[in-house]
Design a binder for this molecule. Structure first.
Ligand code: SAM
Ligand code: SF4
Ligand code: SF4
Length: 331
């Protein structure tokens, strides 16, 4: 069992398959700083091979991990993503994935045979032009048809929408309207600061504000029960097929129930999304060392909340909050 200093059991691992991506979302990888030919931060040799991903994941599973989320960068741009998904599905874990949705059609059979029951898809706009503006890619129709494809295969879809003032906050009602007839779970995510993403407090729309915006047009909101490790506050509008939630990392962090660990594509363990320390599990694996003491030591160093950033730290510039881009950490 993996327990931290605060008694929190950690049984959920987020594995990044790559720090590359075929999108350039404004809030994650601004196009100006990461041009189209940007090839990610690490070279192929620095990245975990499929065998190494499976070996390191197995150690976590032996130590009590019961859920693995595949993420990135965009996990489905990795050439051997198919093989990795299939091999991870053979471990005794609940396997889930976070993707920008653009390649789901190429992987739907793999998802089904891997027993994947839930997929998180980034969807920051329901308007084609705004989607293009936010992602720098003209893939709106493809992503929407891939969401349909997932639903047709009985896979639960959580649509992640990062809310940014002046960019897509005017679409909050439209997203709620979508849940009237679509059995999707929309998650409004508070915009978070990462290196290079031009985060400013003025661009943040807080949990309370999101709820009051929803309430303006949909007064019959019902609170749903949140699980002990949930990062979201869940709701539904009476009569709607779908549900919605807010991820309130910035205004009301949910760290007390944190059960998450992260493994970057270059094999570094991070004990918190906002932590500044990393433990090099890949080099240890390659040198034939045992990973367990390193994993336990990393977990022991985990701060209670937000990687040790105090609430007041959110007034700081984004480079002061953590040391990797979201794409480099793996969501
Ligand atoms: N490429 C995949 C995708 O977009 O779903 C997986 C990786 S992406 C880094 C994981 C999640 O992080 C996405 O839902 C994305 O919207 C979210 N994200 C990225 N940057 C963010 C930021 N600055 N604030 C809040 N959420 C962010
Ligand atoms: Fe790529 Fe996901 Fe970041 Fe968008 S949010 S740039 S799809 S990694
Ligand atoms: Fe866990 Fe860190 Fe995220 Fe808080 S900010 S929920 S401690 S990973």
């Amino acid at each position: 069992m993996l327990k931290d200093r605060f008694g929190r059991i950690h049984d959920y691992l987020r594995v990044s398959l790559t720090d590359r991506c075929n999108f350039r979302c404004l809030y994650c990888l601004p196009a100006s700083e990461f041009p189209n030919n940007f090839k990610g931060c690490s070279t192929a040799a620095d990245q975990m091979s499929a065998d190494e991903i499976i070996s390191i994941s197995k150690v976590f599973v032996e130590l009590g991990v019961r859920k693995i989320r595949i993420t990135g960068g965009e996990p489905l741009v990795r050439k051997d993503a198919d093989e990795i998904i299939s091999r991870l599905s053979a471990l005794p874990v609940q396997l889930v994935i976070t993707t920008n949705g653009s390649r789901v059609n190429e992987f739907i059979d793999t998802f089904v045979s891997a027993g994947i029951k839930s997929v998180n898809v980034s969807l920051d706009s329901l308007e084609k032009q705004n989607f293009h503006k936010l992602t720098h890619r003209d893939e709106f129709d493809l992503v929407m048809s891939n969401i349909q494809l997932l639903l047709q295969h009985g896979i639960h879809v959580k649509a992640n929408m990062v809310v940014m003032k002046g960019y897509n906050d005017n679409e909050i009602h439209q997203f709620i309207e979508w849940t009237r007839s679509a059995p999707v779970h929309v998650r409004f995510i508070e915009f978070m600061p990462f290196p290079g993403n031009h985060w400013r407090p003025e661009k943040l729309i807080r949990y309370a504000d999101i709820l009051s915006i929803v309430n303006e047009k949909f007064p019959h909101i019902e609170k749903l029960e949140d699980g002990p490790h949930d990062t979201t506050r869940k709701y539904t509008v009476r009569g709607h097929l779908g549900t919605f939630a807010v991820i309130s990392t910035m205004s009301e962090p949910f760290c007390s129930g944190c059960n998450r660990l992260r493994l970057t594509a270059d094999g570094k363990m991070r004990n918190c999304l906002f932590g500044k320390t990393e433990t090099d599990l890949l080099s240890a694996l390659r040198a034939g060392h045992s990973l367990e003491p390193l994993i336990r030591e990393s977990l022991y160093g985990k701060e209670f909340q937000l990687g040790g950033n105090s609430g007041a730290a959110w007034g700081l510039s984004e480079t002061e909050t953590t040391n990797r881009t979201m794409m480099g950490i793996g969501g």
